[in-house]
Design a protein around this ligand. Structure first.
Ligand code: ADP
Ligand code: ZN
Length: 763
């Protein structure tokens, strides 16, 4: 198998994403690599895929226990043998896993860095053939980074103890130049291939809003996105509790998370969120590390965070699956106060000198300022973010709230001149409140106390309100014509740039939102290869959305049966692709992005069943825009063997068998309905007769009152009636591929006969 086969077979993808192939090729040539890619870029495949092609086993070192479990589950789902070894397992489980590992059972093993120095693990590692060591979250090795972990330093010693030096691959989403050098140096990477892909996340829509009532905004938003999963970040525990209570009262299925809850409660709430039992999470920034939920469709910041670093990391938890998702920041000037307070009251690092602590504080203030400017800029938000992280973005991205707004321009150069003159006149000794009040000619006790009435600038902008003046001042701050002192007084200062205004070489233009332009991210974008920019509702028409919803429900049901998070069954992106391609055969299903062989084997039939039932096998267009494959005919009959055949007017009939065909039915002691449907379909005349699905048989049995469905413990369960029992239907345990047991409906020979009677014309 080559790398393309592996990508298709196990992951169900047709093409590599930016950067993936380069890294994979290097690894396969046994060259060390360092991949620096943003969240959701697809780092996992960069080491998992070569792991499958390399002879021995690959050891993945990761600090996040919850993430390991998720990754291993996902690999097992894809049909790849993998295991994890960390402190969440018992000693006995670890021994067993290592025994299996030694016998060559796994291609990929995840381990926490602490594990490397245990005797048992080392024993295994020294005997096994380890082809590659992958260091995930590699920035943890750097003392310069925020998340330094001393245990990461042990990786190098560990590698030194192996029989043969494996190829080393390292990955991270966050790396400054310093951290990057550290990783290469400390890990001892040998002439590594270093790849840095851009930080831009094209599928994320960025917005800053200033709603009058944040609570109402959030309520409305959730109501408009009921079927979607999202995270709402608040600055404080108190805010989390308050918003949670409010949403709870309104009947929203939300969970909450902050450091004030017990460990158990946090764990439960987190799982409820991951498993989509409660799709909305309200949390402080304590939530999110190690959360790999790929179908988070929105991240709302109820309060402005303390830095762009925090913001981008938290907002970045949206849309890991590459589907369009929204990152909305709800700004109010009060947020700046809250954050300033938090910074001022931050615990000082006792290991630092006073100067060092002051430097830290200064840095914090600077970060907060940059964050505040993000909320006030009228330029492209994406460009702002990228520039902050030292990258160049286009000035217009067309996918953020500023690019989607029309602004009214106002020339405020004269007012700016007066503001600058005023600040100079008072010798830069006041903050924004005093300056604005002074210019507006206010008569407040505080102003009188400062004696600002004596200055000639007093009242020089009398025609304007304080709010308007402040807005201009904020604009001058974002343009760096003014700055504030770094202390808590934030006194306004004039920079050299301001001279450009006073000598008349620069105009100051204030942009105000006139209206928000309808987001026009439609099929046009998909054709330009920008599908990730469009939302589901821009791609799929109303029938398509309905089909999506049915597929989503099936996914939830299967997730319940298998005890897995829904997004590990199929991602949202995969479900959307199903609605576009409407697959009704194995071949077609395998063309859907995200459906590999193993996933097909496990779930393909069930999803096709839903599609068959919804479409009746007739190809209908479920998306906007042009049909590409199918010509102009909208009623294209589809052949189940994968060939499409245009048969205008001729429709295949509902499922039916002739007596002759029915005679060939292979009776057995027991069949599940899906198995039975499969046998029946093999017998039919595929040219003229549509397939039948297990679900369809179930429905017919329900109409005959042999069976019914009951909603219990959060899922639908099948129930057999008296009549059903008499006819030979029975419930028995079934073991899912994941090893979880659940009950399912079986039919014995008598029941099989009954079903044949139902579907056979002559019997
Ligand atoms: P990261 O670790 O960089 O945050 P992941 O490895 O979790 O990102 O990948 C993010 C998502 O992108 C996953 O759902 C993954 O299946 C998907 N993905 C990765 N590579 C591809 C690809 N070549 N084509 C389509 N989807 C991909
Ligand atoms: Zn933009």
């Amino acid at each position: 198998m080559n790398k393309y086969d592996v990508l298709k077979k196990y992951y169900g993808y047709q093409d590599f994403r930016e950067g993936q192939e380069v890294l994979i090729d290097s690894i396969l040539r046994r060259q060390d690599v360092l991949g620096i890619m943003p969240t959701g870029a697809g780092k996992s495949i960069c080491y998992q895929l070569p792991a499958l092609l390399l002879p021995g086993v690959t050891l993945v070192i990761s600090p996040l226990i919850s993430l390991m479990k998720d990754q291993v589950q996902a690999l097992n789902q894809a049909g790849i043998h993998a295991a994890y070894i960390n402190s969440s397992l018992s000693e006995a489980q670890i021994s067993k896993a290592l025994r299996l590992a030694a016998s060559g059972r796994y291609k990929i093993i995840y381990a926490a860095p602490e594990r490397l120095e245990t005797y048992e693990f080392l024993q295994f590692a020294q005997q096994a053939r380890i082809s590659m060591v992958t260091v995930d979250e590699a920035h943890c090795i750097s003392q310069w980074g925020q998340d330094f972990r001393p245990s990461y330093l042990k990786i190098v010693q560990f590698i030194g103890k192996l029989r043969e030096r494996p190829v080393i691959s390292a990955f991270t989403a966050t790396a400054t130049e310093k951290v990057k050098e550290d990783i290469i140096c400390v890990l001892g990477l040998q002439t590594p291939r270093v790849l840095v892909t851009g930080f831009d996340r094209k599928n994320l829509y960025f917005a800053v809003e200033t709603p009058r009532h944040k609570e109402k905004y959030v309520m409305d938003y959730i109501q408009e996105h009921v079927t979607e999963s999202g995270i709402i970040y608040c600055a404080t525990r108190k805010n989390v509790d308050k918003l949670y209570d409010k949403l709870y009262q309104e009947g929203v299925a939300a969970a909450k998370y902050h450091a004030g809850l017990s460990g158990e409660e946090r764990k439960r709430n987190q799982e409820d969120f991951i498993y989509d039992n409660r799709p909305v999470m309200i949390a402080t920034n304590a939530f999110g590390m190690g959360i790999d939920k790929s179908n988070v469709r929105y991240v709302i910041h109820y309060n402005m965070p303390q830095s762009m670093e925090n913001y981008y990391q938290e907002a970045g938890r949206a849309g890991r699956d590459g589907e369009r998702s929204e990152c909305i920041l709800l700004y109010s000037p009060q947020d700046v106060m809250i954050n300033r307070f938090l910074i001022e009251n931050k615990e000082q690092n006792s290991g630092y000198t006073q100067e060092e602590n002051a430097a830290v504080r200064e840095k914090d203030e600077e970060r907060l300022r940059a964050m505040t400017y993000y909320c006030m800029t009228t330029g492209c938000l994406r460009e702002y973010i990228l520039r902050y992280f030292d990258e160049n973005g286009a000035e217009y991205c067309g996918n953020c709230s500023n690019c989607n707004s029309e602004f009214e321009e106002e020339d405020v150069t004269e007012a700016a001149e007066k503001i600058i003159a005023c600040i100079r006149e008072v010798r830069q000794r006041y903050g924004i409140n005093v300056i604005a009040g002074m210019l507006a000619g206010e008569d407040r006790a505080k102003l009188r106390e400062y004696g600002v009435m004596m200055y000639s600038s007093y009242g020089s902008l009398k025609g304007k309100s304080e709010t308007e003046i402040k807005q201009i001042i904020r604009h001058l701050l974002t343009e760096r014509l003014l700055i504030t002192t770094e202390d808590k007084y934030a006194l306004l200062q004039v920079t050299d740039l301001a001279d450009e205004i006073t000598d008349g070489t620069r105009r100051v233009i204030l942009k105000q939102v006139k209206r928000t332009v309808e987001k026009k991210e439609t099929y046009d974008n998909r054709q330009k290869g920008n599908s990730s920019k469009a939302r589901k509702s821009d791609i799929l028409n109303s029938r398509g959305l309905e089909l999506f919803e049915q597929l989503r429900q099936l996914r939830t049901k299967i997730a319940g049966e298998e005890g897995l998070p829904p997004y590990l069954i199929f991602s949202d992106k995969t479900l959307v692709d199903m609605c576009i391609k409407v697959p009704v055969s194995k071949e077609e299903m395998l063309r859907v992005s995200g459906v590999g062989e193993n996933k097909y084997k496990q779930y393909g039939e069930r999803f096709m069943g839903v599609i068959m039932e919804y479409t009746g096998g007739i190809h209908e267009k479920f998306f906007f825009g042009e049909m590409i494959d199918f010509g102009e005919d909208t009623t294209v009959e589809r052949m189940v063997n994968g060939k499409r055949k245009r048969a205008s007017g001729v429709k295949r009939s509902e499922f039916l068998l002739t007596e002759e065909q029915a005679e060939r039915f292979p009776y057995a002691d027991r069949y599940l309905l899906t198995e039975l449907a499969e046998k029946l379909n093999e017998l039919r005349d595929a040219e003229h007769v549509k397939k039948i699905s297990g679900a369809e048989i179930f429905r017919r049995l329900r109409d005959e009152e042999c069976v019914s469905e009951l909603f219990q413990d959060g899922m639908w369960k099948k129930v057999i009636s008296e009549k059903g029992l008499e006819n030979g239907f029975f419930m028995d345990l079934r073991i899912s591929k994941k090893g979880t047991e659940y009950e399912d409906l079986y039919c014995d020979r008598k029941a099989q006969k009954k079903i044949l009677n139902m579907v056979c014309r002559d019997l």
